[in-house]
Each structure stands twice: as structure tokens, then as C-alpha cells.
Design a protein around this ligand. Sequence first.
Ligand code: SF4
Length: 665
Amino acid sequence: MRIYLADLAHTHSVGDASLTVPLSIGYLKAYAVADHGDAVDISLFKHPERLLARVAVAPPQVVGLANYGWNANLNLAVGRHLRQTLPEALIVAGGPNIDPDPARQLAFLQRHDYLDFLVVDGGEEPFSELLHWRRDGGERRSLPANLVWREDGQLRETAPRPLGKVIEGVPSPYLGGYLDEFLAAGLVPMLETNRGCPFRCTFCAWGMASKDLVRRFDLETALAEVRYIGARSTASNWLVCDANFGILKRDVAIAREIRKVRKTYGRPHKCHVWLAKNVTERNLEIGKILGDMTVPVMAVQSLDDEVLAKIKRGNISTETYVEYQKKFHAIGSKTYSDLIVPLPGETLASHVEAIRRLADFGVDIIQNHNMRLLSGAETNSTETRDTFGFRTRYRLIHGDAGAYRRPDGGELRCFEYEESLRETTTMSEAEMFHLRKLHFLVDFCWNIDVYKPLLKLLQLYGVNPIDVLQELLAEPLVGDGRLAAFWAHFDRLSREEWFDGEQAILDYFADKANFERLLNQEFEKLNVMFSVIALRDYKPDFDRSLLAIASATGKVPEAVLRPVADYCFAAFPPLSQSDGSDAVEIPDNLSELTAETAASFQPSTKLHKVRLTEQAGRRRLREILAAPGRMTLSKVLNTQDISLSELRLVVQQDLGFDGQFRRAS
Ligand code: SF4
């Protein structure tokens, strides 16, 4: 039996280094091969055009599609084409993007009308049993558990199957060699050492398929996978896709194995992990082991107790959180936190306060997300939508669009979009538009470090950085008013990215000219796009405005403020500049400036000359930015271990001041 399994990605605008290894279908193959032996011939696909081409020369009897929020419309386009080409084939789908609500499942099956079955809640056993069913002639009454399908316009289903804490009998697709071709092609390796999440945050669907269990794979297998990938992959970036890495004691051993691989092969440079929400000592241990390979994510989503109760989430205490920020900094790690807005009950004031507090806690990267309504999450239910007065709109998922050649000369054109929350009983859309600008400033000025030295200096003197950024928004006419044009441009695109309904976004991109613009990457993520615009066209204007606001606080002595501002502005010169200009002069004793000494600090009149230089990372990034093409910049940055912060010039010596005068690494 010839079987094609596809975890399709929009390959139109990214190269292999920005794709992830198709791990989920690798597991399906590993289980099915162990179960059926030579009776099955299973191929895996990531690229839509490669799947279409293979189907034309060697039609399969069975097709399985992995369904996610970022490929549902690609599956729809490919699936409908396959149904026409392969009328007799069994076509099934599974994945986390399928809501457990029966009405939504029926709607999904009506839309994805090429499907015979949906496999729900973990696919290895049901999919393999479905192959037995097909090989045995396909009697409906002997269908396996965990299936859903549409019959006579109604939803039909088989019983759910019980789950255990230990995942047994699912072989490793890596160790079986089934993912070798993807490792060889440089795709980002993913490791799954356990499945599920014991917490129940209402906006999240991560643990849905595992029913609140943390279902673990065998430790020795996980360690062997790390070694196997290390010996074969050239990718600089790995992902551990456990929802709570560190929740199990054994995760320390897995982190050690990853570190060993880095020592042996010099790769991966980065290994992204989502740390367990509450196991802080172990998180710290893992942070120490992985060191510069990872930025520990300690997400909070909100810091308001009432909001947290409404979303059924309990964060660790503020004291503990701050303590661990310090500990992570002491071992040289940058720290990262997430906020989602608007969560039920969140107000503009409570959200801004959360960003202010995270900045004061010393979080290095504060990522703000517009809340997305995810299939399977409690927030997606009609009841939650009604209770909190949700009003949603639709927008593109950036970079997930493409035009894919069919072997018959035709083309499949499709793009992905998301439904996101724009208004609740406690937050208006006007406030969301305001926050979009503030979030951009947090990203540009704080997360990618463009103004961090200046903001940190103000923080030492009791000025919250977010207050400064709010001031910058309130006073776009500071200086010669050029920033007003920047914000008008930002605001226009920020409003244009939203569509009132699914049909509206579909109609807009059904227009050929609009779709061409999409393929030409004219709809980039706003934060990335405007960071580049700001650094290219408005850098001196931002410099002048921020200096004026900093000065107007009256908190920092001018003799300290000026040289730090000079250094800060010189470290991120306009994009066209290839190297530092003249050396910057700073007081010789700046390394003695701390929160404790700030009040009495006297800058030395003896000045120290520092020369800022461009490193390889900046050169590489400037080349990427200069090359117009089909690459989606935000995707390349996300997946290839590149950050816009690499556009910073660096100094050769460590000059103290809270690590802000950073040395070349
Ligand atoms: S947000 Fe994190 S902790 Fe909460 S349910 Fe999702 S995976 Fe679990």
C-alpha cells in the first residue's frame, strides 16, 4: 500500500533552513511501519510541489495531512486537488488545529470536503489501525477509535481511546532514519520528549490531545535522538517542542546531552525551549547547562490577578519571578517573557502596567501578542466569546502564502489567516491600535536593544522605560515633527491589516494584484518592517526625540545622560552606515554607575574613547535587508537564529554599566 504523509509548509517564501523537520508525520510512519512492515510504503512530504509531482507519477492509495493553524488553507487547496486526481484514495487529516466541539468539527469537515476522516487526539495508533481497516476492505463497523467523519450531513465518530502517562510502542522516527532526508537538507530539528501540559490556560490548546497528562517518551530514546540529530544535522537552530521543558527531573539529562552535542560538533548555536511554568530551580539548572544556546522563556501572559483567574492561569509569585530573573542574569542568560492582549478582563491600564513591571523586573525581551482564537482552546467557545464580549477580526499569517505549480501546468494559490481578538468588555479596538504602537516601541527600543542603554540609564534614576516610550507616542511632534509621518504610515498599515470577516480577507486576496503583492512580501510583520524603516529613514529623528524626553525628565545629570546617549545612538547607526563613525567618548568611571551609586554618581572628567565596529552578523543582516526577494524577513529571523539586534555595532572592551557597553563576542 503506497501512502503519502504530508506536513505541508508554505515553501514559496522560505528556504529549507526556515522549515521544521516534519516530526509528527515521522511518528505516524515509524508506528505504521512497525505495525505493518513491508505491506506499507510510506513517503513523507514538507513541500507542496514535491507532493503534487510525486502523486502525478506514482499515485498513492492513502494520503494523510497534518493540519495546523499555519497550513490549513494550503491543505485545503492541495486536498481538493488530490481528491479530483485520486477519487478512490483514502484521504485523512489530523493535528492540533481541529476543535473538539462537534459543531466546529462538522463545519471543518464541510469546508475540507476532500477528507474521508479526521483523526483526533494523537494519531499513531488510530492511523495505523485505519490502514488495517483499509487493507481489510473497509467495513464501517470495524473502524478504529478516535475518528470523526461526515455522513449524510451529520457528524459521526468512534469512541475515544484511553491515554497512559507513558507513551509506549511509538518508535523514534529519527532513530528509524525516516527523517534523515530532512536533516540532510538542513531543516530545523524538533525534539518531542513528552506530550501534553498539566495546566489549563483557557487561551491555549497545546495539551488538548493529551487530556492534561504529561505523556513521556522513553528517556534513553530521547537521549539517543539528540545524539543522532547532532551527528547528522547542520542546522544552527533546534527546537524542543515540549510545552514545559524542565517539568520532569530527567529533562536536565536531556539538556546535558544537547550541550554535549554542541561541544562535539559546534552546533546547534541555539536551542529553543519553553521552560516549565513553575519548576524554577530546575529551569535555572537547565539555563546553566544550555547557557548561550537558549533564552529562557518565562511567560506570564498577564500580571493582573483577576485576569489570571479568568484565564485559569497561576503564575509564580512576583518575588520568585524577580529572583529567577536575577539568577538567570547572573549566569549570563538573557530572559524573555510573553504577554497576551486582550485577555478576558484585561484593561489598557492593567496591560501597560504589566509591561512596566516586566521592564522593572529586568526582563530582557518582552514580547506582546495579539490574542488569537485557537481551535480547541476554551476562549474559542461560544460561551467564552459571549461572556467577555469578544469581537474578532481576521488578518494574514505573515509569510504563509504561496503559488504552487501543479504537474498539469495549473497552479494552486492560497494563503493563511487567523482570527484574533480586537475588543472585549474591558478593552476597545481603539486601545488595541494604541497598544500596537507601544508594542512596536517595546520591540524596537527594548527587545532588539536599539535604545536599551539609554532606557536602562533612565531606569537607574527611577524612570520606567515604558513611561518614556509612552511619552514618545504622546509627543510625535518632538523635534522637527518628522516622526509624525512615521506614525501615520504605521497607523495606516496597522489598520489596513485587519478584515471584518473571513470572506472579506478571502475576497481581498482573490484580487490578482493584491495576491501578487502578497507573493512579493509587501505584507511583512509590522514590527519587523517598521524597525527596518526606522533604522533606515528615521534614526536621527528617534534619537533626537528620545534624548529630548530623557532630558525633560530632569532625573539624570546631563553630564551622564549625554555620553550614554551618544554611545547608544552610535551603536545603532542608520542602516546605510557600514561602520562606527568617530570614536565615542564616555566618562572613564562609567562602570561604577549602578542603581545603588546613581544618586551620588559623579562622572569623571577623564574621558575614555570607545570605537564601535561592525561584526559579521550585522554585515550578513544588511545583505539580507538589501536583497529584495521572495524571502519573508520575519520568518527568516524567526527560524535562522538571526535577530535585528545584530545590527548593533560593538565595542572591543567591557566598560561595565549593566552590560550595556557590550563587547564583540
Ligand atoms: S500556556 Fe503553557 S502552561 Fe498554559 S496550557 Fe498552554 S502550554 Fe500549558
